[in-house]
Design a protein around this ligand. Structure first.
Ligand code: ARG
Length: 460
């Protein structure tokens, strides 16, 4: 039986159950591209520093590219007995190129190698999330622009509060996703750091040039402390937290879509491509996609909690516990990336029912604040104006009508300060149109919010 790469001091074999238990190649093989890129950069630096020859470096590069091809066409054989992606690739490299392959690991440990590979991998995922967020924000801005004149009840406590434009409602989500995007960019700066040169934990006696490796990989910098470099997983946690917030924002939007699609609301029609039917009830069109996305948010929170718990209490420096950092993050990535694309697709095809939204406006006395503000503007102290309006609402409610349906005599019974000009104030469109405050639901504010988002999208 063949010796392990680390088998020099061992005489017995690993127990088969232990081999399966410690093996990570089933999931860390997904880091193969990063492992190859990192090894290429390390070999080039070894050659430039005169630690290996240029022809040895060329052989390593050519062998690594052959492996990249074998993995791509499915002929590469992943071996469980070789534990992880790093040793599988190194072993195959030595099979292909011989001695130069055995020199590749000079001044390097799997501890810094895995940290590098994972930093590159997480960085690529964050880039993908950022691009998907950009796409989603673009769709929200577009749908907002199309629906700038559509009004619906804005809620607090999920009770009808004041009329808002559908654009304003959609743009609220655009702002959440924009902050998610900015947060990801901040996290990327801390992720894109090279730990190569830290070796196992203490640095190395070989004359390595970590800066050269970092810049050839397009990374922003190198480690300040070798022990931190091999044992820090903040970048995974930060990325998973960014993913958790993205999912939380998506989940809130899903919840609204689910409610709006209920026929009692009827605010939206789900696109066929993004909904499913029932196996028993022929009339059903279910918002399963939005429900699943809301549900999958829970697993991403679970991933974050798993990683936080994994890292607590680990002494310096590398500990094998840290191999458990891959699966939660991979699960998060496999959830966040498609959720963002699916939400963008679903939103761009979602049908909005402006008539149903307008009907709902009538139902909840959404213009009550307008009447109170009208009286306050006429000099009635706001607390009194609030009471007067409350009494008018109670009266209208008993009669099953809206405030705007009361005639002037009825209204003046509540306050002599009410004049004919009140009806313009009670108008729902006016209520929205008069909200000029920056960031408010007024059309001029909505227009400048969309302009601001468009220039942000152009600049990012
Ligand atoms: N598969 C390991 C991991 O993911 C690689 C590093 C292992 N290092 C070690 N000395 N056993 O963390």
């Amino acid at each position: 039986k063949e010796k392990k790469l680390w088998g020099g001091r061992f005489s017995g074999d690993t127990a088969p159950l232990v081999e399966r238990y410690t093996c990570s190649v089933g999931f860390d093989s997904r880091l193969h591209a990063q492992d190859i890129d990192g090894s290429r950069a390390h070999a080039s630096m070894l050659a430039r520093q005169g630690i290996i020859s240029q022809s040895e470096c060329d052989a390593i590069h050519q062998g690594l590219e052959q492996i990249r091809g074998e993995i791509a066409d499915g002929t590469f054989v992943w071996r469980q007995d070789l534990e992880d992606v790093h040793m599988n690739i190194e072993q195959r490299l030595t099979e292909i190129v011989g001695t130069p392959g055995q020199k590749l690991h000079t001044g390097r440990s799997r501890n810094d190698q895995v940290a590098l590979d994972f930093r590159l991998f997480v960085g690529a995922c964050l880039d993908e999330w950022a691009a998907n967020l950009r796409g989603l924000i673009g769709v929200l801005a577009l749908r907002a622009e199309e629906h700038h004149d559509v009004l619906l009840p804005g809620c607090t406590h999920f009770q009808p509060a004041q009329p808002v434009s559908l654009a304003q409602h959609l743009l609220a989500y655009a702002q959440m996703f924009r902050r998610d995007h900015d947060r990801i960019r901040d996290a990327l700066a801390r992720t894109r750091i090279s730990p190569l040169g830290a070796a196992a934990l203490a640095g190395t006696t070989h004359p390595l040039d970590p800066g050269q490796v970092a810049s050839s990989l397009g990374l922003g910098g190198t480690f300040a402390n070798s022990m931190d470099a091999v044992s820090d997983r903040d970048f995974v946690l930060e990325a998973t937290f960014c993913g958790s917030l993205v999912m939380m924002h998506l989940s809130r939007l899903c919840e609204e879509i689910i409610i709006w699609a209920n026929p009692q609301f009827g605010f939206v029609r789900l696109p066929d491509a993004y909904s499913t039917g029932s196996s028993i009830m022929p009339q059903k069109k279910n918002p399963d996609v939005a429900e699943l996305m809301r549900g999958k948010t829970g697993r991403v929170y679970g991933d974050l909690m798993a990683l936080l718990t994994l890292m607590k209490g680990l002494p310096m420096a590398y500990n094998r516990d840290m191999q458990e950092d891959k699966e939660p993050f991979l699960d998060t990535h496999d959830t966040v990336a498609p959720s963002l694309s699916i939400m963008a697709g679903m939103l761009s095809e979602l049908g909005f029912n402006r008539e149903r939204m307008r009907l709902a406006l009538k139902a909840g006395f959404l213009n009550a604040t307008e009447l109170a503000d009208y009286l306050a503007a006429k000099g009635v102290p706001f607390r009194q104006a609030h009471h007067i309006t409350g009494a008018a609402v109670a009266f209208a409610e008993q009669n099953g009508i809206g405030l705007e349906d009361l005639n002037i005599t009825q209204l003046q019974r509540f306050s002599a300060d009410i004049g004919e000009d009140v009806f313009a104030v009670l108008d729902y469109d006016n209520a929205v149109a008069r909200r000029h405050v920056p960031g408010g639901t007024g059309p001029d504010s909505v227009k400048s919010q969309i302009e601001d988002l468009s220039s942000w999208l152009d600049a990012t």
